[in-house]
Every structure is written in C-alpha cells, then in structure tokens.
Design a binder for this molecule. Structure first.
Ligand code: 291
Ligand code: CA
Length: 157
C-alpha cells in the first residue's frame, strides 16, 4: 500500500511469466521444425544443419544452390554427419571446398581457408592437374576431384 510502482511490478511479473510460456512453446516448435527440415537424410550438428536435395550435380550447381546458405564444415563431428548422408545415399558427396583460385590452397565457398580436413591417404593429388573440388567418400575420407564431375550436392546451413 502506497509503495511506488507496485502495480507496475505485478503487471510486469505477469508479462514475464507469459513470455516464459511463449518461449517454451517456441523452443519446442523450433526443435520439431529442425527435425522436419532434416528429414529424411539431413543431419543437425550443434546449430548447423547439413541437408541434401538427394540430387547430383557438378560444383557449379552446388555453388549456385548453396552459396547463400553460408555454413561450413569445420570439425570431426560435422564430417561424421556428412559421412552419414553419403552412407544413406550410398554416394560420394561434393563439399563446398575448392582450390580453384590458388592450386593447393583449399577454401570454403565464402573464401575462408579450410582449417579442418580429412584427406584420404595420398590426397589431395590434383590428378592430371585437373582436380580443384573435393568429394567425401562413404568412408568419410576426402579426395580432390574434377569439379565437372556429378556428385550428391549438399548444403550447410
Ligand atoms: C584415382 C586417384 C584420385 C583421383 C581419381 C580420379 C579418377 O582414384 O588418383 O586421387 O581423384 O583417380 O582421377 O577420375 C577418373 N575420371 O577416373 C581412383 C579411384 C577413385
Ligand atoms: Ca584426387
């Protein structure tokens, strides 16, 4: 009684409580939406999503479809997630990685240098001087490969 702002404090408590409820609903809704988006063969790792359309294409196709997505493969757990997609489709997958600009210097689509890598023994070998793109095999290992080859296309969001 007579305390300044008491009514306002109680009103705010009610509003915070309502917001908490709405936030819980939103989190549950988002968790469900992530599962839907990843179905049937997408993979979620932390806050990254690795998704394929199931179609094969060359590196230009991948660049066109995925450049705006922005994510990139940076660690072992993410490599394992992409390997799972290769296993499910029984196909090698093109990564958004290439050394088109400078031979031997592999970069992500956004131009960042590649830090994590998982090359197969003896790779990258730039076979016939014509391999600037990177495929990941069902065994999870990487091989540099001709960019015009068709491979399963994967975007990292
Ligand atoms: C050899 C290795 C790989 C190379 C591959 C391609 C095959 O692996 O030298 O490093 O990327 O050949 O050059 O390309 C074609 N057109 O056959 C053979 C098995 C994957
Ligand atoms: Ca190679």
């Amino acid at each position: 009684k007579g305390e300044v702002g008491n009514t306002e404090v109680n009103l705010m408590k009610k509003q915070v409580s309502a917001l908490q409820g709405q936030l819980t609903m939103l989190q549950a809704g988002l968790a469900k939406f992530q599962k839907v988006a990843a179905f049937p063969s997408g993979q979620i790792v932390g806050n990254k999503a690795f998704v394929t359309s199931g179609y094969e294409g060359n590196f230009d196709d991948l660049r066109q479809r995925c450049l705006q997505a922005g994510g990139q493969l940076e660690k072992k757990t993410e490599n394992a997630a992409i390997q799972q997609i290769a296993i499910i489709h029984k196909k090698a997958v093109f990564l958004g990685i290439n050394d088109i600009q400078t031979e031997g210097r592999f970069k992500h689509l956004n131009g960042d240098d590649v830090t994590y890598s998982n090359w197969q023994l003896g790779e990258p070998n730039n076979d016939k001087g014509a391999e600037n793109c990177v495929e990941i095999f069902v065994n999870g290992k990487w091989n540099d490969r001709f960019c015009g080859e068709n491979r399963l296309i994967l975007c990292e969001f």
